[in-house]
Design a protein around this ligand. Structure first.
Ligand code: PLP
Length: 389
């Protein structure tokens, strides 16, 4: 089955729901049993079948089954948000005295979780340059338990040589965890590249409509799945029933949406790259981007999220550029049908390799509007920027 067909079929069992195409939303806390024997029997396999709302329902099982098939892993766990998938995975795998190698360009809340919360638990994090590749061997320690990758990097979109890093990590006995939100399971196959656990902020492209918070953790093996699933269940950070349903609903159109996000995103990125006001565009699918060769080797597509740097100009000029935009919402998150923009200069936190930029940086999420309307909107923004220079 090709991936567009798989995305339609994965995790669907209409025969279990009177022929309905989609599973119902199970609103569940209590699950009752016909006998003590049945109750005891269910507890032997605590995470299979419905036992208590916190551990999963047929709605969450359907989404988890579909994502495991698409990511190509053993089994998936749904969580209350993308960040809960990240923190839930790290806390499941790590104990006091362990060491984490974390990519310097990681999503900022992941960085903060390491430097504030893992640190408090006696777990040390070393941030590494995203371009390190096999050179990561110099940073490995006997107690290095997790090597965390995210490509492209948050806000600045650097690529990583994930297979090279995974080979070194595995030789040192570490587990490779990847935040695969940008590429989604459609454009990067984590388990073919050496990743052991793949994370999705499903809030972004999988939900796809800016209306729910949802995280997904997919594990390569039954052993890892059991460790992470037990921990998530013990912490109680399960996903809500409606959210899981919205994830399942969004998933079915992910492929066609992403195709358009990719095409329109590249149109905007190329147009911006040719503007005199723009110093550089950070988009690994653009030929000439420093990460292009790695992207081309390992990824089969790009979403519409990318960054760009303006030639130095006053803050008031950047604000005038953003504030008058008609089609770009000013807001966090991404992956919905609508375009978004944010200034990112203050958000770029790096310690392993300081960010060297001359001008203000911004990030665009390209939505599903007609790209010519988006370009016209940006062109007017540059007129406002020029007027404030
Ligand atoms: C948004 C995001 C997250 C967190 O997801 P939430 O659902 O907002 O908690 C994690 N990683 C990346 C790369 C993200 O963009």
């Amino acid at each position: 089955m090709k991936k567009d067909t798989k995305i339609v079929h994965a995790g669907r069992h209409p025969e279990q729901y009177h022929g309905a195409v989609n599973p119902p939303v199970y609103h569940v806390s209590t699950v009752t049993y016909p006998s003590v024997a049945a109750m005891t029997e269910a507890e032997r396999k605590p995470y299979d079948g419905m036992r208590y709302g916190r551990y999963g329902t047929p709605t969450s099982f359907a989404l988890e089954e579909a994502i495991a098939i698409l990511e190509g892993g053993y089994r998936t766990i749904s969580t209350a948000s993308g960040l809960a998938a990240i923190t839930g995975t790290l806390t499941a795998l790590l104990k006091s005295g362990d060491h984490v190698l974390m990519v310097d360009t990681v999503y900022f809340p992941t960085r903060r979780f390491c430097t504030e919360h893992l640190k408090r638990c006696g777990i040390e994090t070393t941030f590494y340059d995203p371009s390190i590749g096999a050179g990561i061997s110099a940073l490995m320690r006997p107690e290095t338990r997790v090597v965390f990758v995210e490509a492209p990097g948050s806000l600045t979109f650097e690529m990583q040589d994930i297979p090279a890093i995974a080979t070194v990590a595995h030789a040192g006995g570490a587990i490779v965890v990847m935040d695969n939100t940008w590429a989604t399971p459609l454009f990067f196959k984590p388990f073919e590249k050496g990743v052991d656990i793949s994370l999705q902020a499903a809030t972004k492209f999988i939900v796809g409509h800016s209306d729910a918070m949802l995280g997904l953790i997919t594990c390569a093996t039954e052993e890892l799945w059991h460790v992470v699933k037990s921990s998530i269940a013990h912490f109680g950070v399960c996903a809500g029933s409606e959210e899981v349903y919205l994830g399942l609903r969004g998933l079915r159109t992910l492929s066609v949406r992403l195709r358009q996000h990719q095409e329109s995103g590249l149109a905007l990125a190329s147009w911006l790259a040719a503007r005199p006001e723009v110093l550089r565009v950070m988009h690994p699918a653009l030929p000439g981007d420093p990460g292009h060769a790695l992207w081309k080797r390992d990824f089969s597509g790009a979403c519409g999220l990318f960054g760009f740097e303006l030639a130095p100009c006053p803050e008031a000029a950047v604000n005038a550029f953003i504030d008058g935009l008609e089609h770009f919402g000013l807001g966090y998150s991404w992956g919905g049908y609508e375009s978004l923009i944010i200034p990112t200069s203050d958000g770029i936190k790096r310690t392993a390799k300081p960010w060297r930029g001359d001008g203000p940086t911004l990030r665009i999420h390209t939505g599903l509007e007609d790209p010519s309307d988006l370009i016209e909107d940006l062109a007017k923004g540059f007129d406002r920027l020029a007027a404030k220079k």
